[in-house]
Design a protein around this ligand. Structure first.
Ligand SMILES: Nc1nc2c(ncn2[C@@H]2O[C@H](COP(=O)(O)OP(=O)(O)OP(=O)(O)O)[C@@H](O)[C@H]2O)c(=O)[nH]1
Ligand SMILES: [Mg+2]
Length: 683
């Protein structure tokens, strides 16, 4: 028997290209007839555009020459029936759509809506099944792009690739019914990521971009910019997200890892364990179904009658629907959150970024805790004054003026006394507040402050000291911006789940450097994006601790080792230059030119930031990783008017790394549109 050839594999897929086009047309027609058509119609149009783009790319391979190329022969045998069900699936979908389009009433009444919803369920299954096929297509395209046989083998031998093919094969054999008894639908997708190195090719394709543009146009036409909109008030997508796909399971998996990590660090976090990994994977993959080459390949589907295919597909749907409740939510809509890990040296702003991101999803994050934070702010202000006074002593800087009748010793003693007491906020004396105001006006105090790089001082010391008379009043209620200025050392990994424009992110904050490295080992496999915080004011400062460690050197080395770590080869990086608001003052007080050597002009914020960005990007050894790296400059505490963390979200969304992300983005624009007044209204 002839072995399967690339010509057959590709030919089979291409033979139904016209049907794909017709299905897109039918879905569009349905959508235009129903002002309030179900969301799945829009989602499927996007999905089919994906398929069409993949076919477009594959069409170059239809040459019979490929029959003879050993590399493609091997590839064909590896793909081995994974795409067999694509043809029948498209044909059955076309039938369903024909029927729906024909029977569609002009007005969608409650009754017709119910009828439609029945079909919607089928379409959801179609949509999920299509996903498996698109994954297999993607893999095929990725392998074909390889330059050598060795590279191709490397791609195909990956565990992830094998899982993708196995899954597509399992579904194929269930659908075409060639060996129903020996095959079953595997639910084990845990090892499959939705990201492929090949995805950008699809994303760059004309068809996909057209589809995406059209989605965005609709969203814009509906008067909605793709500006952040945390929740869709009536959006089904989000309802699903919070009810069916509540973060519990996903977060549970993540919390499991985080709890483990924290346990390893000997921290005290009580793990809220969710389901174990075993609960997420619901059984082993089935063995590949052995099929003869006669019953597969090009021509096979042409011989199958449409009705037989449909009957089999229908029965597959039914059995699938029964199993629906057993399926992991990863499979139902592919909306598992992107896992975003925040890394950086101590005090580089990781937790501030984490908190700013959390505020996007939970604007009332601090509502219950403002009272507590007013004490924290007062305490940190007093501690800052004390640190400066201590530094004056150590550096031999005298106070230039007498402080409101107080000598420095007296002021010092008083501050000490306040620093020693825990919650002294209730009664900060007017006298003490005056002392602090006078200290701040003192030249000696100021020159010690300017030398803050020589000792440890809270980054927001100046802000709090300057605001002391406001902070010291009993009526003081700190706004979010000021809470974000407080410093709290992070001892353990913490995560938060953020929903934004239909995308979900599990964002993990990490503790200081030592613990971070241990944690990274374990958490890396779950990370799609790393937010790397860089403190631009770190030069000429040392890290707190026994050994003097140059902060800037430390963060450049940590960045270099992280960004070039093999485990993160597929990871997206967003470098966040934090504390941009503090930079101008810091550059004025500390000569960056001296610190960085031969460069000049580094006393200007923009020139310095530009130089630092160049240094950071220069540390990335892989071009691919550099392409997947974005830099965002941020003043993280300035959340008053517009949360700066939205820029990070925009950077997250800008990645074209995975087609599913892009699709999600486009779908979300749709969903936004559908949930707007001019869009979908649930009956
Ligand atoms: N003004 C200003 N302060 C910032 C900014 N980013 C961080 N900070 C402050 O810098 C200090 C350290 O920030 P954190 O977020 O606690 O740093 P971290 O990296 O989490 O530190 P560890 O948990 O100790 O590793 C805090 O006082 C923050 O308020 C910023 O953009 N502007
Ligand atoms: Mg922290």
């Amino acid at each position: 028997m002839d072995p399967l050839t690339m010509f057959q594999v590709v030919g089979t897929a291409l033979s139904v290209g016209d049907i794909v086009v017709r299905c897109i047309a039918s879905l569009s027609s349905l959508k235009s007839k129903y002002h309030n058509a179900p969301i799945i119609v829009s989602a499927m149009i996007g999905q089919l555009y994906m398929v069409q783009s993949a076919l477009d790319q594959l069409s170059v391979l239809k040459s019979p020459e490929l029959r003879r190329t050993p590399r493609y022969k091997e590839l064909a045998s590896q793909v081995h029936h994974a795409l067999d069900s694509f043809g029948p699936l498209m044909k059955a979908l076309e039938e369903v759509l024909d029927r729906l389009d024909k029977d569609a009433p002009l007005e969608m009444t409650t009754k017709s809506r119910i009828t439609f919803l029945w079909s919607e369920k089928d379409m959801n299954n179609f949509s999920m099944f299509l996903d498996r096929q698109v994954n297999a297509f993607n893999l095929l395209l990725q392998a074909i792009q390889c330059q050598t046989l060795a590279q191709q083998r490397e791609v195909m031998d990956r565990e992830e690739s094998q899982s993708i093919l196995q899954l597509a094969r399992d579904y194929s054999s269930s659908i075409v019914g060639l060996d129903d008894t020996s095959s079953f639908i595997s639910e084990d997708t845990s090892g499959i990521s939705t990201r492929f190195a090949f995805d950008p090719i699809i994303l760059r394709s004309r068809l996909y971009q057209q589809a995406e543009r059209s989605h965005l146009r609709q969203a814009i036409r509906a008067g909605k910019s793709p500006e952040p909109n945390m929740t869709l008030p009536n959006g089904r997508y989000n309802e699903k997200a919070t009810e069916e796909n509540s973060p519990v399971e996903l977060s549970g998996e993540l919390s499991l890892h985080i709890a483990e990590l924290n346990q390893n660090h000997g921290t005290s976090q009580e793990a809220q364990l969710g389901p174990t990994n075993d609960q997420f994977s619901q059984g082993p993959s089935s063995p590949a179904t052995a099929l003869s080459s006669e019953s597969s390949g090009f021509g096979q589907f042409a011989r199958r009658s449409k009705s037989i295919t449909s009957i089999r597909l229908n029965s597959w749907w039914k059995s699938f629907q029964r199993r629906e409740s057993d399926i992991s939510i990863h499979q139902l809509d592919g909306r598992d959150p992107r896992r975003v890990l925040i890394l950086g040296i101590p005090e580089s702003g990781k937790s501030t970024l984490h908190r700013a991101l959390s505020l996007i999803g939970q604007p009332n994050l601090f509502a219950e805790k403002r009272d507590m934070y007013s004490h924290t702010i007062w305490r940190q202000a007093i501690e800052s004054v004390r640190s400066i006074l201590e530094a004056m002593e150590r550096l031999g800087i005298p106070l230039k003026i007498r402080v409101g009748g107080h000598e420095v010793e007296k002021a010092f003693a008083e501050i000490h006394q306040y620093g020693a007491k825990e919650a002294t906020f209730d009664s900060p004396s007017k006298e003490l507040v005056d002392v602090i105001c006078s200290l701040w006006a003192d030249d000696g105090f100021q020159s010690a402050y300017k030398r803050r790089n020589e000792y440890q001082l809270n980054d927001n010391a100046a802000y709090f000291i300057k605001s002391i008379d406001r902070i010291a009043t009993p009526e003081y209620v700190p706004p979010d911006e000021e809470i974000l200025r407080t410093k709290q050392e992070t001892a353990e990994f913490t995560d938060t789940t953020l929903e934004h424009m239909g995308s979900r992110y599990a964002i993990i904050d990490s503790p200081g450097a030592g613990a971070q490295q241990n944690g990274c080992e374990r958490i890396s496999e779950h990370t799609s994006t790393i937010l790397f915080t860089i403190d631009p004011t770190a030069y000429s400062r040392v890290l707190p601790g026994d050994e003097p460690v140059d902060r800037m050197q430390e963060q450049l080395s940590l960045f270099e080792s992280t960004v070039n770590d093999r485990r993160f080869l597929q990871t997206e990086f967003i470098v966040v230059l934090t504390k941009m608001d503090l930079l101008e003052d810091y550059l004025r007080d500390n000569d960056a030119n001296k610190c960085f050597g031969a460069y000049s002009g580094l006393d200007v914020v923009d020139t310095y930031a530009h130089y630092l960005e160049g240094r950071l990007l220069g540390l990335i050894s892989s071009d691919e990783v550099r392409e997947r790296t974005r830099v965002v400059r941020s003043n993280l505490v300035d959340v008053g008017r517009r949360n700066p963390a939205l820029d990070i979200i925009a950077a997250l969304q800008s990645f074209a790394g995975s087609y599913s992300e892009k699709r999600r983005f486009a779908a979300n624009a749709f969903l936004d549109f559908m949930s707007s007044d001019s869009g979908l209204r649930m009956v």
